[in-house]
Design a protein around this ligand. Structure first.
Ligand code: HEM
Length: 325
């Protein structure tokens, strides 16, 4: 069954009510977010700060060659886009050394839909969904409102992979704009091409404006809330663009561990361009009702064996149902 069918089926089961017995895992994952952040009311438990935008995507001829999915047929595909900031709250700081995000819903003229969520780091902070949940639960606040430092230390000691993303982020300053950072899909997918070939890939959306990060001085001067106005001004002056670039796995590259990036010298292909043409005036907008759950897009884009990828769609549906109930 495809991820889309699984997620939609799960959402339908939720709507059908508690009589339907389902494995507890997706609920338990969202419970773990709530254990740290408190009950989900309106905001996403992950990347709660953000704004909604719109635009379009057009695949390159290389895109059509590497995937037979409708999104890559070279026609204009409408896009609903959400730029976000990682953190626990919608007031998260724009200068924090955390990830920024680019979530996209592609809508083809034939009515096909494809969702994805990308981040401004090439790696994730958990190798498996179990590690994600254990890491969240270790950071549950105690009676004093703080996590138990000893529990966090024990978790980190037994899950060293979970520190890789934090170390990557500590080594760079945050992006100067939502328009000036690459956004990685992180999880690996299988692209099925026009000649029947199937290749393991990861993708990155490269900013056409180039990568620009804040200086240490700018981090102090910019304030905690500048990204939304900056991108509105920028898009008002002209479209903001990103090239979608595939990176192809070579023998030995691990497609199941999102805490490890593949080497930079892997072959690459530019498969399309995303153009952002409008930004909503306030927070929210059409993105509020969307959960950008990473999906496959059969027949041309299939899941790899990455366990975090398989664990994403259903909890995203649970989270959406909790924040929109
Ligand atoms: C076990 C794996 C994962 C789980 C359980 C998980 C869970 C979640 C949940 C519950 C949400 C909120 C969804 C909503 O309310 O709409 C979310 C959002 C998000 N996740 Fe994940 N996630 C996982 C892996 C990843 C990975 C590997 C990435 C890296 C690309 C990622 C990036 C994001 C982003 C960017 C958002 C916010 C998207 C938006 O703007 O709506 N997640 N995640």
């Amino acid at each position: 069954m495809s991820a889309r069918a699984l997620a939609l089926g799960f959402a339908a089961l939720l709507l059908a009510g508690p009589a339907v017995a389902e494995p507890p895992a997706p609920e338990a994952i969202v419970d773990a977010f709530e254990a740290v952040l408190g009950p989900i009311t309106t905001y996403r438990p992950s990347h709660p700060k953000g704004i909604c935008a719109s635009g379009h995507f057009v695949a390159t001829p290389d895109g059509a060659r590497h995937s037979v999915a409708p999104v890559f047929d070279g026609q204009r595909v409408e896009a609903i886009i959400r730029f976000g900031v990682a953190g626990a709250s919608p007031r998260a700081s724009d200068v924090a050394r955390s990830t920024r995000s680019l979530a996209i819903r592609f809508e083809t003229s034939q009515g096909d839909q494809w969702d994805m969520a990308n981040i401004s780091a090439p790696i994730f902070g958990a190798r498996t969904p179990e590690m994600l949940v254990a890491g969240l639960l270790a950071r549950r606040p105690g009676p004093n409102g703080q996590p138990d430092a000893e529990a966090v230390r024990r978790f980190v000691e037994s899950n060293p992979e979970s520190t890789r993303q934090g170390r990557w982020l500590a080594a760079v300053t945050p992006p100067a704009s939502w328009a000036t950072t690459p956004y990685w899909g992180v999880d690996a997918f299988r692209f099925k091409g026009a000649e029947g070939q199937e290749r393991l890939v990861r993708w990155v959306f490269e900013p056409v404006a180039g990568t620009q990060r804040l200086s240490e001085e700018e981090m102090r001067a910019r304030g905690t809330d500048f990204l939304a106005e900056e991108i509105r001004r920028r898009v008002a002056q002209g479209p903001v663009e990103f090239d979608m670039v595939l990176q192809f796995a070579q023998p030995g590259d691990d497609a199941t561990d999102p805490t490890v990036a593949w080497p930079d010298d892997r072959p690459r292909a530019t498969v399309g361009r995303l153009t952002v043409t409008a930004v909503e005036a306030g927070a929210g907008g059409p993105c509020d009702g969307i959960s950008f759950m990473n999906l496959d897009m059969e027949p041309g884009v299939a899941f790899s064996d990455d366990p975090t990828l398989h664990a994403r769609a259903a909890p995203y549906a649970v989270s959406l149902s909790r924040r929109t109930r």
